[in-house]
Ligand binder design. Structure first.
Ligand code: GUN
Length: 283
């Protein structure tokens, strides 16, 4: 069994982005910029946002944090986004989810200029991904594919089982695996006998947000397991969607939690910001 080290892989990606950013700045280009908008207070969101800011700084990317009160109207929020759409020092715009219940997340995501949509949640970018013409794809799914490729894992022809059909992970990840010529099954809360699908898969990706959901009797010998979950177990410890102790010995490769998919998401956010920056400075 080999561990897919997301922390180390993410560091390599961040380093290579920093080199490319420094080169462009040395040629006289402006500094790339990422705006992160957070509405209301959510402890998990605060912690993600801090990690994103730190990663930007280290990669030579300017980061602008915009904190808005939870009572903000949808109209005012859309005005704030339009200001960022027009801001020439901002290449990427990320609106931290979840948003308060009175705000329609689709209206917010679709207000972001698709060129600056580093989360890839805008309908235009989702549509492009769907027809295989990806511009900015969501960071977590992109991070998962990148991690597998970093370890030279052959994807073509592999049977993949994704558990979870969210717009942030499950659905875009299914599209990216299809693009890699995998055969993809997406299980969800109404799937009967998920173990029937997981036992027949080469790669299993649980993204359900349930502590230790994937047990060893759901995994075949030699499977590759990518754990997207970040949960807190009954002892208050961070754990994933995989019952790691029992599943890991059966795997050929597995991601740890923490230190697997999480750091890759942030690295790919920087990469998406760099892609948007390169497009904007050349347009
Ligand atoms: N909240 C949890 N995951 C994400 C993500 O990938 N992007 C944004 N914007 N918010 C999130």
């Amino acid at each position: 069994m080999e561990i897919l080290d997301g922390r180390k892989t993410a560091k390599d990606i961040r380093k290579s982005i920093k080199i490319k950013v420094d080169e462009l700045i040395a040629q006289g280009k402006r500094v790339p910029g990422l705006a992160v908008v957070i509405v209301g207070f959510d402890p998990a969101s605060e912690s993600y946002v801090k990690s994103k800011e730190k990663a930007c700084k280290r990669a030579g990317i300017y980061s602008k944090l915009i904190k808005l009160e939870s009572e903000i109207s949808q109209e005012t929020l859309l005005e704030e986004i339009n200001k960022l759409n027009r801001d020439e020092n901002i290449d990427g715009i990320l609106i931290q989810l979840p948003l308060p219940a009175h705000i329609d997340p689709d209206a917010v995501m679709n207000c972001i200029d698709p060129i600056k949509d580093v989360d890839g949640f805008n309908f235009i970018n989702i549509g492009s991904l769907c027809v295989g013409k990806e511009y900015l794809a969501p960071c977590t799914p992109k991070g998962i594919i990148r991690l597998l490729k970093h370890y030279n894992i052959e994807l073509s022809g592999k049977k993949v089982c994704i558990i979870g059909r969210s717009n942030i992970v499950g659905k875009p990840l299914a599209l990216l695996f299809l693009q890699e010529n995998c055969t993809v099954t997406v299980c969800h809360s109404r799937t009967k006998n998920p173990e029937f699908h997981t036992l027949n898969s080469d790669i299993i990706v649980p993204a359900v947000g349930i502590s230790k959901f994937l047990k060893s009797d759901m995994v075949s010998e030699g499977a590759i397991v990518i754990d997207v979950g970040i949960n807190v177990d009954s002892d208050g410890k961070i754990c994933g969607d995989v019952d790691y102790e029992s599943v890991a010995p059966k795997c050929s490769f597995i991601t740890p939690v923490p230190g697997g998919v999480g750091p890759m998401t942030i690295a790919l956010l920087l990469e998406n910001t760099f892609i948007a920056y390169r497009k904007l400075i050349s347009s």
